[in-house]
Design a protein around this ligand. Sequence first.
Ligand code: ADP
Length: 542
Amino acid sequence: MLGLMQSQQLLISTLIEFAERHHGEGEIVSRRVEGDIHRYTYKEVAVRSRQVANALDGMKLQFSDRVATLAWNGYRHLELYFGVSGTGRVLHTLNPRLHPDQISWIVNHAEDSVLCFDMSFLPIVKAVHGRCPTIKHYVAMCDADKLPVDSGIPGLISYEAWIGAQSSEYKWPSFDENSASSMCYTSGTTGNPKAALYSHRSTMLHALAGALPDALSMSARDTVLPVVPMFHVNAWGLPYSAAMTGAKLVFPGPAMDGKSIFELIEGEKVSFAAGVPTVWQMMLGHMQAGGLRFSTLKRTVIGGSACPPAMITAFNDLYGVEVLHAWGMTEMSPLGTVCTLKNKHLTMSPQEKMLVRLKQGRGVFGVDMKIVDGDGKELPWDGKSYGDLLVKGPWIISAYFKGEGGSPLVDGWFPTGDVATIDAEGYMQITDRSKDVIKSGGEWISSIDVENIAMAHPAVAMAACIGMKHPKWDERPIIAVVKKPGSDVSRDELIAFYEGKTAKWQIPDDVVFVDAIPLGGTGKMQKTKLRELLKDYKLPDA
Ligand code: ADP
């Protein structure tokens, strides 16, 4: 017997309809490429998303055609989030930090029909347009009078002229909720980039679960600053969860430096911010240098790479901001776990609480996890046994776009490439990425643990641990360190700093001081590049 409830498809268009009706006055504030601050409401997002929808229909695009963006976090990008997916086309967010060769490869692979771009990315578009035959329309996300006269890009139109000519009336179509809504290519540390293709259903369920109190806890009383880019995994789903809850949204545009982010948080009374550790590192540096304090920020979700304990302490102890450590992947939409405490943790000592907060957290409802050994045998949730982490759930990929790389699943589970422990309470902790773990004398050393200790030293701005070939131990860890400006620490002082903080055999054999650690398109340390830089390095006793 079937239930007798109405069967309404879970569609992204319903989010903006809801936000318009129930939170029409809710604000969206954006720092623009031009540098000024733009502000308007959900009502206006809804009106202009419908104009986007009419404009796309006017281009005679088919259902599921891809509309690409090269854009910062901002209001026009938000309108495309709803306008493109709402009509049944697929929003393809391109990562502007990639090389033009990679971008044109990705555009051709996705067979994008339209490319909408912020003016900061005009040089990229000029570099790639001759190599992207599938793109029929180029839209510059600017006012009509800002359109460059001789851009050399055929048929270039301005976004404002494009949508300005359209009616604001539009009836969003209803279709199968399993239809594709957006896509994002993984950074492709190995082989060609591969695309995760999200559906309306997966996006809606992810937005619902992400907004829950023990996940990101979003409400109409929140002012949310997604520093995490809208071009990478849909800014962790925040634009959707914000529309679902009516939260005020604040977009940083291109200004990601510590000063600009701090000013935006204070100026707009941000209560909740989300970003990768490297962004917060810059902001904390700016605050510490100027003796600044937050007046409204309550919590920040930090993920994308491991959050160093020193950062959790700084936010918590110096500024009274709760850190929610979170873990996920492009292939997971991306939310997998969030570290929110349970009642029993509240009475713990600060040191014990810190040990919990350092973990990547509990599975969000909808995400199932397991850890397995080298033979695929499931390991216990005891907080000690570590193994390959596998996941499954309704917003985790079943295959890559166009079947690239064959089936990624093992018995229905997606192997994350991360090595982790899970404790009896269900808190997962990433030990390492399987390719970064250091194998020393048959034991594993977590590069994250080695980095975290170095990051706690007051003279260290950034630290990356990699394994170096060793004749006896197979591999030994070394730590590459960027010093804070105006601070100093010697190799021996830093090695001595590890004494008593970790097992002797896990202390790095050497310290290499570098000017910068290579970062990838999404702000993560690129250890492959670091290894290339240090290819002539020899361990002291090798
Ligand atoms: P890519 O695979 O392109 O680097 P993703 O953004 O999908 O891009 O990265 C997912 C990976 O990032 C995870 O598999 C994990 O290794 C790492 N990661 C994400 N969040 C965390 C975290 N909180 N702690 C440690 N590693 C993390």
